[in-house]
Design a protein. Structure first.
Length: 183
C-alpha cells in the first residue's frame, strides 16, 4: 500500500545497462523526491513504461547492444508529456538530433550527476547564451560524427551502414565501440 507522500512523488523511469550506475543514481534521485523505477534493458524499460506511465525518464543511449532511442519513441507514444533526458557516454550530433526529434527534452553526456539530470528534466527551453566553440572539430571527431550519422540513416543496422561506408562490418563495429574523441 502506497502512502500519501509516495503518491505525491513524480515517477521517474531510469533505464541503463550499468547496474551499479542505476543503483547510485536511483538513490540520489530518491533523495530528490522522485519515485524511481529501474530497468537494465529496453524490453523491461518498455514493460515498466506501459505499466506505470512515468512523468520523467532518464534513458541511456546504448543499452547493451540496443538503442535507447527506441525507448524514447515508445515513451512519447504512451504520453507525449513525458520529460525525457537521453544520457550517454557515446555522444554524437546525429544521436542528439534524433533523440530531440523523437521527444527527449535534453541530451547529457556521462558522467552527469543527479543535480545535472534533475536540472535537465526540469528545463523546457533552450539557452541562447550557450558559448559557441572557436575551434573546429578534430578529424577523429568528424569521423565519429559521420559514422554515427550513417548508422542513424540505416536505423542502427551496422551491416547496412558498413556497406554504405564501403567498410568491413567488424571495422565499423570496432570504431563504434570506442568512445568518441573529446575536443
Amino acid at each position: 500500500m502506497m502512502t500519501a507522500l509516495e503518491l505525491d512523488k513524480p515517477r521517474l523511469l531510469l533505464v541503463d545497462d550499468d547496474e551499479t550506475f542505476c543503483k547510485v543514481l536511483k538513490s540520489a534521485l530518491e533523495k530528490r523526491n522522485y519515485d524511481v523505477l529501474v530497468a537494465n534493458d529496453v524490453t523491461n524499460g518498455m514493460v515498466l513504461a506501459e505499466q506505470y506511465l512515468p512523468e520523467y525518464a532518464v534513458i541511456d543511449l546504448r543499452i547493451g547492444y540496443e538503442s535507447g532511442l527506441e525507448l524514447v519513441k515508445k515513451l512519447i507514444s504512451l504520453d507525449d508529456n513525458t520529460q525525457i533526458v537521453m544520457l550517454t557516454g557515446f555522444a554524437s550530433i546525429a544521436t542528439a538530433v534524433e533523440a530531440i526529434k523523437l521527444g527527449a527534452i535534453h541530451y547529457l553526456t556521462k558522467p552527469a550527476n543527479a543535480d545535472e539530470i534533475v536540472n535537465a528534466l526540469n528545463r523546457n527551453e533552450g539557452d541562447s547564451s550557450v558559448l559557441i566553440s572557436e575551434n573546429p572539430l578534430s578529424v577523429k571527431r568528424l569521423e565519429w560524427e559521420h559514422l554515427q550519422k550513417v548508422l542513424m540513416q540505416y536505423d542502427g543496422n551496422i551491416s547496412a551502414a558498413a556497406r554504405a561506408l564501403n567498410m568491413h562490418r567488424r571495422t565499423l563495429q570496432r570504431k563504434l565501440d570506442k568512445k568518441p574523441v573529446r575536443d
